[in-house]
Write a protein that binds this ligand. Structure first.
Ligand SMILES: O=C(O)CCC(=O)C(=O)O
Ligand SMILES: [Mn+2]
Length: 242
């Protein structure tokens, strides 16, 4: 067959689960003052990612708890679940203490943890917060994962499945300046090109984003509502409880 007549779609008999070189292809974003983000758009192959998506969507005991935000009780605007190694201190966020399921209950998560460790040499995660966004109305507001149990410079590895959503990082206002940049919506500011204090990423199916250094101390992050989105996204954040 001449090259011109090659089939357009080549079906691999054994598509790789872990994309080897592609998996570790990464871009580093220096946020300044010791904060840093690494993005690996193809951490997992598309087929492996759909396998995991389907498993997580149907096997995880998702809940939508009441949490406290600015002193008011509300339903968390996404489903959640927590997995952690035995003997760790409890996680509490927004007045909510999730039940810690064990890794052994979810073998595909144990396997994924190994792949994450392989892609990030020297990392050692022992807990996992899972989020499911059922559509564009589900979101996570501005926050940082700066709970004491993660220490002062936590490394957090975030793996995404399903529907692509925008993920924003916004620098916390410095205590000295009269910073009014928070007044304008983040999405508008991000579109205005080069605001160095606002970064956005479209988190792809099978991607991994790592926040490290002082990112939790100096920046907040969010996944805002999106009116046009009507598909499910699942996000897993691997963390080390010290
Ligand atoms: O869904 C995401 O990409 C982020 C989730 C997150 O920030 C969190 O669980 O703390
Ligand atoms: Mn977070």
């Amino acid at each position: 067959m001449s090259p011109r007549h090659k089939p357009l779609c080549i079906i691999q008999e054994n598509p790789p689960d872990f994309e080897g070189d592609a998996a570790t292809k990464q871009t580093r974003f220096d946020l300044g003052n010791g904060s840093e983000v690494i993005y690996m758009p193809r951490f997992l192959s598309s087929s492996k990612s759909w396998q995991l998506f389907n498993y997580l969507d149907t096997h995880i005991p998702w809940t939508r708890p009441n949490i406290r935000v600015f002193g008011r009780s509300c339903v968390q605007p996404r489903d959640t679940c927590y997995v952690a190694s035995k003997g760790l201190p409890d996680l509490v966020y927004s007045g909510y203490q999730p039940h810690a399921y064990s890794w052994e209950e979810f073998p595909p998560l144990e396997e994924l943890l190994e792949l994450v460790h392989k892609a990030l040499p020297g990392s050692r995660f022992n807990s996992l917060l899972l989020n499911r966004y059922k559509g564009g109305n589900d979101y996570v507001g501005w926050h940082s994962d700066d709970e004491k149990l993660y220490g002062s410079t936590p490394k957090i590895a975030s793996v995404s499945f399903g529907c692509e959503r925008e993920f924003f990082l916004k620098k916390k206002p410095s205590k000295k300046s009269q910073d009014r940049s928070g007044v304008e919506p983040a999405s508008k500011r991000a579109r205005k090109s080069s605001d160095p204090d606002l970064r956005s990423f479209v988190l792809k199916h099978g991607s991994m984003l790592v926040m490290r250094g002082y990112t939790q101390r100096d920046w907040v992050h969010s996944v805002p509502k999106r009116a046009k989105v009507d598909a499910v996204r699942i996000n897993l954040t691997f963390r080390l409880v010290l």
